[in-house]
Design a protein. Structure first.
Length: 301
């Protein structure tokens, strides 16, 4: 499996750089290739310098030359080797610097990555804590909303009960009014009948008294006894009239108490309706609507 740029291409690029009269370095060879990592090119460049020395050593094996020419050629060759070694050492130094810089850059990136990871973990922890607080607050608000809904339902039940009681009271009041009117009418009729009867008896008594005045004294005692009986009957009739009047007063008192109870229940019903309207207009009603929509929008498990 290929692990990088081939070494023959790196060697050819280094030869091309050297042929231009420039010193082969990692960056120049990479620029010549147009690709390759610094580590791969640097390692192959070291091999190229070794092979360059071998190629130069092989070039010294020449046929026999005159002494002056051979000495001059050897001096030039030794000078070339020295220069090549200097160039190689400088290249190695630059390569080491590049490797050190690359190592520092990688270390800096790793440190930055660790810091970013720590910050991300911290942000994630903070976000989880905020989410837990939000969920707790939402749960509390939902519980409070359920309590308010229950209160509203209780108030509605109380209002309905009061309305029913008020309706029953109004019906009882109507019945009492009818009974009172009937009783007043019956009482008036009875009073009228008693008055007529008393008037008739009085008239009859007067006629009777006038008719018996001429009778003998023995009839006087009997007439007196009959008068006493008549007076007793009149007293009985008077007592009956007083009892009827007392009954009328009791019924009027009961009617007034019933009217007061009806007014109190009416005021209580109005107060509960106002409280219900305030609760419906409070922000909890809006939250209830939103919570209800949210529950309806959630997919059933």
């Amino acid at each position: 499996m290929t692990i990088g740029v081939p070494e023959n291409e790196v060697f050819a690029a280094a030869d091309a750089v050297l042929a231009r009269g420039e010193r082969p370095t990692v960056e120049r060879v990479r620029l010549e290739l147009g690709r390759g990592s610094p580590a791969r090119v640097g390692g192959l460049l070291d091999q190229w310098w070794v092979r360059l020395a071998e190629r130069l050593n092989g070039a010294t094996r020449l046929p026999t030359l005159p002494t002056e020419v051979a000495e001059a050629f050897v001096a030039v060759w030794q000078q070339s080797i020295y220069l090549a070694r200097c160039v190689a050492e400088q290249a190695l130094t630059e390569q080491r610097q590049v490797m050190i810089a690359e190592h520092e850059r990688v270390a800096a990136r790793e440190e930055q990555a660790r810091e970013d990871a720590g910050l991300a973990r911290q942000l994630a922890t903070t976000a989880q804590a905020a989410q837990q607080v939000s969920e707790t607050r939402l749960t509390d608000l939902e519980l409070l909303l359920e309590q308010r809904v229950k209160q509203i339902q209780d108030l509605q039940h109380q209002r309905d009960s009061i309305l029913r009681e008020r309706g029953d009271t109004q019906q009882r009041n109507q019945i009492l009014h009818r009974e009172l009117r009937e009783l007043q009418l019956n009482t008036q009729q009875e009073l009228q009948a008693l008055r007529l009867k008393a008037e008739e008896e009085r008239v009859a008594q007067e006629v009777y008294v006038r008719s018996v005045e001429d009778r003998a004294h023995r009839e006087v005692d009997r007439a007196r006894e009959e008068g006493k009986r008549t007076i007793t009957q009149l007293k009985i009739v008077g007592n009956q009239l007083e009892q009827l009047q007392q009954r009328i007063e009791e019924l009027q008192t009961a009617l007034g108490q019933a009217l007061q109870n009806s007014a109190a229940q009416q005021a209580r019903g109005d107060t509960l309706e106002q409280q219900l309207a305030q609760l419906r207009s409070s922000p909890f009603s809006e939250r209830q609507t939103r919570a209800k929509k949210k529950r309806e929008s959630k997919p059933s498990k």
